[in-house]
Write a protein that binds this ligand. Structure first.
Ligand SMILES: Cc1cc2nc3c(=O)[nH]c(=O)nc-3n(C[C@H](O)[C@H](O)[C@H](O)COP(=O)(O)OP(=O)(O)OC[C@H]3O[C@@H](n4cnc5c(N)ncnc54)[C@H](O)[C@@H]3O)c2cc1C
Length: 326
């Protein structure tokens, strides 16, 4: 059944192929489903791209109007987008399907917006194609990570995901540690806005350790710094920069390098109750497969580093939620 509501069409999702492969969502869901707030299920919505903002040299945010009556999601959830809906990608998708010998499925995008905001916002990094390493070029992100879809229709499927703050979080902890890298900030930005702008969990303190290659790669930079200033009693922002000689020139909360156990523990008040929300790149399933075939171990990425730090800090899996983009 299709329900027409203003400019938005919602229909139950029954397509078995519209699921992105790869994310660690099902494993997460089994651990946290008991404390995750209830969602209304997944529907298809016809929206329109009403704003495109260039965040960094390779990353854009798109505001999507799906109608005010359809904003029934929880901060931290994601939507899925089918690349084959765009006429300019349809032939490429079929060509890639032939090369790969399998269907091109939907891609997941975390919502950067919080439910009190008028539009759905996604923030997309246009993936590169490194022809020495990558067997195929990226299909969807170069189109979304641009302003090419301005004023265009877009069908999105949502809402999904358990990367959300449970309603009873204040009874469990006083501190949430956000460990994010690059575009991994997207769902955590939604969590921060939802709590701080609505004062939902007044006793909760947020500490974000945000890793980027350079100052110019910091997504939502001005808004993020303004948020840290405005809510300084409740939100501390720590920036780690990996590819600059002296990041301290950018301010007192800038440090050089990647997160380490010693560095992270400086910002943890009580590891025995801490809740961690970590998002960023991990070793991809393709890299894992290649490692198995060649016997050469895959290079650990951001999320493998986070897992090792949290193990050192004895943060058990029930207190650690992760969203993996690799
Ligand atoms: C829950 C979730 C939330 C996400 N949120 C965001 C977000 O907020 N912002 C964001 O930018 N991204 C996000 N992502 C990542 C996003 O879903 C896409 O994976 C990303 O945009 C790349 O999609 P693409 O179509 O451009 O590339 P793809 O076409 O998927 O290709 C990506 C890479 O995989 C390789 N590849 C593809 N198929 C094969 C194959 N069969 N064998 C070997 N290698 C292959 C390609 O060579 C390429 O290097 C999220 C992912 C998840 C799971």
């Amino acid at each position: 059944m299709i329900i027409m509501e203003s400019n938005v069409t919602r229909a139950p999702n029954t397509d078995p192929f519209t699921t992105q492969e790869g994310p660690v969502i099902s494993e997460e869901a089994s651990l946290i489903s008991q404390e995750a707030p209830k969602t209304k299920g997944v529907s298809l919505m016809n929206g329109k791209v009403v704003k495109c903002v260039k965040e960094t040299h390779d990353t854009w945010s798109l505001d999507i109007d799906v109608g005010a009556e359809n904003l029934d999601y929880i901060a931290g959830q994601f939507i899925s987008i089918d690349p084959k809906q765009f006429p300019e990608l349809e032939r490429w998708a079929r060509f890639l399907e032939k090369l790969k010998g399998k269907r091109e499925v939907v891609r997941a995008y975390s919502l950067a917006s919080a439910p009190h905001e008028p539009y759905l916002t996604i923030t997309v990094k246009a993936e590169e194609y490194w022809d020495e390493e990558d067997p195929y070029p990226p299909l969807l992100s170069p189109l979304l990570g641009s302003d090419l879809l301005m004023d265009r229709a877009i069908e999105v499927q949502g809402y999904t995901g358990h990367y959300v703050l449970p309603e009873d979080i204040e009874s469990k902890t006083e501190q949430v540690l956000h460990m994010v890298a690059g575009s991994g900030i997207v769902p955590n930005w939604a969590l921060l806005k939802d709590d701080l702008e609505n004062n939902r969990f007044p006793s909760l303190k947020h500490t974000m350790i945000y890793t980027n290659k350079t100052f110019g790669d910091i997504i939502y930079r001005d808004a993020l710094f303004a948020m840290a200033e405005k809510y300084k009693e409740r939100f501390e922002l720590i920036n780690l920069i990996t590819r600059e000689e002296d990041p301290a020139v950018h301010g007192p909360n800038f440090f050089k390098g990647r997160p380490s156990t010693e560095f992270v523990s400086r910002y943890v008040s009580d590891a025995s109750t801490l809740r961690v929300y970590a998002c960023g790149a991990a070793i991809t399933k393709y890299a894992k497969k290649k490692a198995k075939e060649t016997g050469v171990p895959a290079t650990p990425r951001f999320m493998e580093g986070v897992a090792s730090i949290l193990k050192d800090l004895e943060i058990d899996r029930k207190r650690f939620k992760k969203e993996v983009y690799g």
